[in-house]
Design a protein around this ligand. Structure first.
Ligand SMILES: [Zn+2]
Length: 664
């Protein structure tokens, strides 16, 4: 079949509100689609997820579907027609500024396009859309302005999807209860053993060839791997025996092309992190310390350090300093806890220390004060206030709804957890049910899903039987969801939320890419400022052979280079910034023009480096979201074959029990 005919089928199913089936068709054939099909693929998936969002009553799930839908629509021309209102709904639901800002941008973009001449003839058709966009813009702006962040309304426990219970079936089970209670223990024990050949024959009758093949595959998997639990990628159906392999697969096969290639900023080492949290953070007498470094370096070299802190430095008392130091410690510990403390942030803070000490680089190294947090304790109040002001600019929370996704994913995963063990006899011809079912309800989940091999005669020999919990297990509907039941292809299991979370990961990668681009611009600017500084130094060299009246001042050297015409744009921008800064400083009574230029370069470079460090921590923050979503996706990949074959298994057992009771 042509890829276009798959899309046509997906469209037909979509029109019939068969959303998951439509998603299945697309996911199944995703590799067949060519570049020019992708607009339609993205449009279709976006529409399906949007429809699923409108359909569900579970607010968390609605949020995830919308997030996935936004990512799909972001990839098609004029996608903002859809994304603006979706993002706005997400913002209204979570109260998150992040989504108000995004919806505002999208709505503005869309409005701008709709007002272009090519749409003039259709103006009347777009009237209501334009009104909606204007409303979004106005409301978002207000919300952002007042920064009124409403707390995400903790949605009540997700509605247990009310099963339409088959009352006839229930009455049959209830009728069998008393029969079961009266059975001899030995017969009950026999009902714990299921001969696989019989089960297969039964499945062939109830679920046809498709069911038979599915069951065969499952039993083979359990025999070979000794486990019922596995991770199945819903996109390509590859199976994994552990979560790590699954996560790697998802990263490499399905997200890699969206993940920006730039290197992730380095986080500070665990050693540093532990030094921050264990230290006493008491103020050190800075003047005495500098004296010691200058005059008694040999002694200083012998100072003993424990976890990065030395008791040999002279302490001092200062209430205000202690208070500021404690605040700095608290912030740094918080940054470590949420994994966003980059080396660049630490280096910016330690620059304050290096600047303060004003000793040679060698002495600085020997003193070890710039390699441990204790160095910060040398700073005076005004310097500590500067450090604190810088650290307060670090954003350590991202209100992006990751917690909502996590809760929804958890509730989905809980629905398919299984409690009872399922084992085999030694030649794998008989399935052995959990013997605890003879005596009572099994309450704890068995998340391992290991297959054990027992001799049934020994295994059940001493098992007592009491109560009718076995019958309750047979009538249990919770593990036999009507929307997904054996032998429906596994791909269909949780597919809606799977596609949505996959899209959410891609959405996060896009945010990362934006930050990387900003960082790269800043780094270019920093390089340009260094080039400006070099040009000043080369003027110093030129001056050595000239008389004073032949000297040029820096400003004119810089301007001449810009007027040359071959200067890069980044260079002329940097010169422009330096000159602006100089005139700002001039008004602060610094008179020597050359000194002004040098001072401006220094200040600008420092500000750029601060910005780079802050962006690094933002990147780490978004990376945390990406990792969290990826781990949600891995959780969604979990599949327990016991949950899957529970339905045919109990149908088989009930049929046998019924036959037996009829034979009475
Ligand atoms: Zn895959």
């Amino acid at each position: 079949m042509e890829p276009s005919s798959f899309l046509k089928r997906a469209k037909d199913l979509f029109c019939k509100s068969e959303y998951i089936k439509a998603l299945e068709i697309i996911e199944e054939n995703i590799n067949l689609f060519q570049r020019n099909d992708m607009v339609e693929v993205n449009y279709r998936q976006g529409s399906i997820l949007k429809a699923l969002a409108e359909e569900t009553e579970n607010m968390e799930l609605e949020f995830i579907y919308m997030l996935g839908s936004v990512e799909c629509f972001s990839r098609i021309p004029m996608g903002s027609v859809y994304t603006a209102s979706l993002l706005f709904k997400m913002a209204e639901q979570t109260g998150a500024d992040l989504y108000y800002k995004k919806s505002l941008n999208q709505a503005k973009d869309c409005l701008f396009r709709l007002r272009q001449p090519e749409f003039e003839d259709f103006a009347s058709e777009f009237n209501s859309k334009i009104e909606e966009l204007e409303y979004i813009i106005e409301t978002s702006e207000t919300r952002i302005a007042v920064s009124k962040i409403r707390v995400w309304e903790q949605s009540k426990e997700p509605n247990e999807q009310e099963e339409t219970k088959n009352s006839r079936f229930d009455s049959v089970v209830n009728g069998l209860r008393s029969y079961w209670m009266g059975l001899d223990v030995e017969i009950k024990r026999n009902f714990m053993k299921v001969i696989t050949a019989d089960l297969k024959a039964n499945v062939k009758i109830t679920d046809g060839k498709e069911g038979q093949q599915a069951l065969e595959q499952i039993l083979t998997y359990a025999r070979k791997n000794g486990k019922w639990k596995l991770w199945i990628c819903r996109t390509c159906l590859t199976r994994f025996s552990n979560p790590e392999e699954c996560t790697n697969h998802l990263e490499q096969e399905h997200v890699a092309e969206f993940k920006p290639k730039d290197m992730l900023p380095q986080r500070i080492s665990d050693v540093w992190a532990s030094q921050i949290s264990v230290g006493g953070w008491e103020p050190v007498n800075a003047a005495a310390a500098v004296e010691m470094i200058k005059n008694q370096l040999e002694d200083v070299k012998k100072f003993s350090y424990e976890n990065g802190w030395s008791k040999d430095w002279p302490l001092t008392v200062g209430e205000e300093r202690s208070k500021l130091l404690k605040e700095i410690k608290q912030l740094l510990v918080l940054f470590c806890d949420v994994k966003i403390l980059s080396c660049s942030i630490r280096d910016r803070v330690m620059d304050f220390v290096a600047k303060k000490l004003e000793v040679s680089e060698d002495s600085l190294t020997y003193s070890r004060l710039v390699e441990t947090p204790q160095g910060i304790c040398l700073l005076e109040c005004h310097e500590l206030s500067q450090v604190l002001a810088f650290l307060r600019r670090v954003k350590c929370e991202r209100d992006d709804g990751t917690d909502v996704v996590r809760r929804a994913v958890d509730s989905f995963c809980n629905a398919t957890r299984y409690r009872e063990k399922l084992d085999f006899d030694s030649d794998f011809s008989t399935l052995l049910l959990d013997k605890r079912l003879l005596q009572g309800k099994v309450s704890r989940y068995d998340d391992e899903g290991t297959v054990n091999v027992f001799d049934p005669n020994v295994h059940y020999a001493k098992a007592h039987a009491s109560g009718d919990d076995y019958m309750s297990w047979l009538s249990d509907y919770s593990s036999g969801h009507t929307s997904f039941r054996f032998p429906r292809p596994i791909r269909a299991h949780n597919l809606g939320i799977w596609v949505a979370v996959m899209r959410a990961v891609q959405f996060t990668c896009r945010s990362l890419a934006t930050k990387y681009a900003k960082k790269s611009q800043l780094l270019d600017h920093e390089t340009a400022l260094s080039d400006v500084r070099k040009l000043c130094s080369s003027e110093d060299d030129r001056r050595k052979n000239l008389k004073t009246d032949e000297w040029k001042n820096y400003k004119s050297v810089l301007c001449d280079r810009c007027e040359d015409g071959d200067a890069a744009k980044t260079f002329s921008d940097a010169v422009g910034d330096v000159l602006n800064k100089s005139s700002e400083l001039e008004s602060e009574n610094l008179s020597d023009e050359d000194v002004l230029v040098l001072e401006s370069i220094k200040l600008l470079k420092s500000e750029v480096n601060n910005k780079v460090a802050l962006i690094d921590s933002k990147i780490l923050l978004i990376e945390n979201t990406r990792i969290s979503l990826l781990s949600d996706l891995t959780k969604l990949a979990v599949f327990d074959y016991r949950y899957y074959i529970h339905h045919p298994l109990r149908v088989f057992l009930l049929a046998h029990l019924m036959n037996r009771s009829n034979d009475r």
